[in-house]
Design a protein around this ligand. Structure first.
Ligand code: TRP
Length: 326
């Protein structure tokens, strides 16, 4: 029996941080065996909000790809490719554009939100409005059964199903309606206690070296009321504790108890965390060093993935053109 097809993409944000790793990438990796996975770098989507300055784009694409491979995305199992290398995404985007009412795009919550949030940038563009239609094309080009995403992407998936339904009702049944595959949600705080994010500069890179990890853990905010070593601490307000829960599941209960009675100090607690984190990320760090030594291999992985993706997307587009009598 052939495996179900799933598709997912990530905008190229350069080196990934622990939030990306725990929230999305580990989920992608765990799905590799049970599904036929298509995972791609959404570089066109990056342009929808970042078209003005593209000077970092190529580096960001490459760094993210290296992180994917370092973490364990396996080109033998998953098709790993880059959106802008597959012109069929653009063709399907154009065709879906013909049947997409503008109001569906305008009412998309992410559209309204981002217009507000990215106020300084001019994203009153056709490309930005069309973001969900491009995403629908990404997914439907492979006639995917499901899409692993976080909650924030649910409106885009709902939109994709609506477009698929409209296409099918106009031209005959071509597309399945892709279902979300929600990953378990784990919020990773940044070193300052806010949400971990590149734009806050409070992140720990997924492929950080043991020394970098140590330095970033040292900067983490602990209980502000715990001034002296002999003061008891409150784990519930401590960033180090949040991390211990995720990365030191066997030691966290004891640390919590010790913290509350000042049995362990913040410096020691941080050292323990840094060691657990470094151990959890050691293989990612090492694989990354290997790949940095062998840039040709990274290029080959992408070229081979692009070819497989293209073959699959081409098949769908032949069916689509036929259905539309082109
Ligand atoms: N919009 C997604 C995000 O910001 C990225 C993305 C683009 C995507 N195309 C996709 C995700 C197709 C899943 C399927 O995270």
């Amino acid at each position: 029996m052939s495996k179900k097809i799933i598709v997912s993409g990530m905008r190229p944000s350069g080196r990934l941080h622990l939030g990306n790793y725990i929230g999305a990438l580990q989920n992608w990796i765990s799905l590799q065996d049970s599904y036929q996975c298509f995972y791609f770098i959404a570089d066109w989507h990056a342009l929808t909000t970042g078209y003005e300055d593209t000077s970092d784009l190529r580096d960001n694409i490459r760094e993210m790809l290296i992180d994917w491979l370092s973490a364990g995305l396996d080109p033998e199992k998953a098709v790993i490719f880059k959106q802008s290398d597959i012109p069929e995404h653009a063709e399907l985007f154009l065709l879906l554009g013909m049947i997409t009412p503008i109001s569906w795009l305008e009412r998309c919550p992410t559209f309204k939100e981002q217009l507000r949030e990215l106020e300084g940038r001019n994203i009153n563009t056709y490309g930005f409005l069309g973001y969900p239609a491009l995403q629908a094309a990404d997914i439907l080009a492979y006639r995917a059964a499901a899409v692993p995403v976080g909650e924030d992407q649910l409106p885009h998936l709902e939109f994709t199903r609506e477009v698929a339904r409209r296409f099918n009702s106009l031209y005959g049944r071509v597309f399945p309606e892709p279902q979300p595959l929600l990953s378990e949600f784990t919020l990773i705080p940044g070193v300052d206690g806010r949400k971990m994010s590149k734009s806050y500069d409070n992140y720990i890179a997924m492929s950080a070296s043991p020394a970098e990890i140590k330095e970033q853990v040292r900067m983490m905010i602990t209980d502000p009321q715990r001034v002296r070593r002999r003061d008891p601490g409150r784990p519930e307000v401590c960033t180090v504790y949040s991390f211990q829960q995720i990365f030191n599941p066997t030691g966290v209960a004891d640390l919590e108890e010790q913290c509350r009675k000042a049995g362990v100090g913040c410096v020691e607690c941080k050292n323990i965390l840094a060691a657990s984190l470094a151990a959890a990320l050691a293989s990612v760090y090492e694989k990354r060093q290997e790949l940095l030594q062998n840039p040709a291999l990274v290029d080959e992985v992408l070229a081979a993935g692009n070819e497989k993706a293209r073959a699959a997307a081409r098949e769908t587009l032949a069916i689509v053109r036929d259905a539309m009598h082109l």
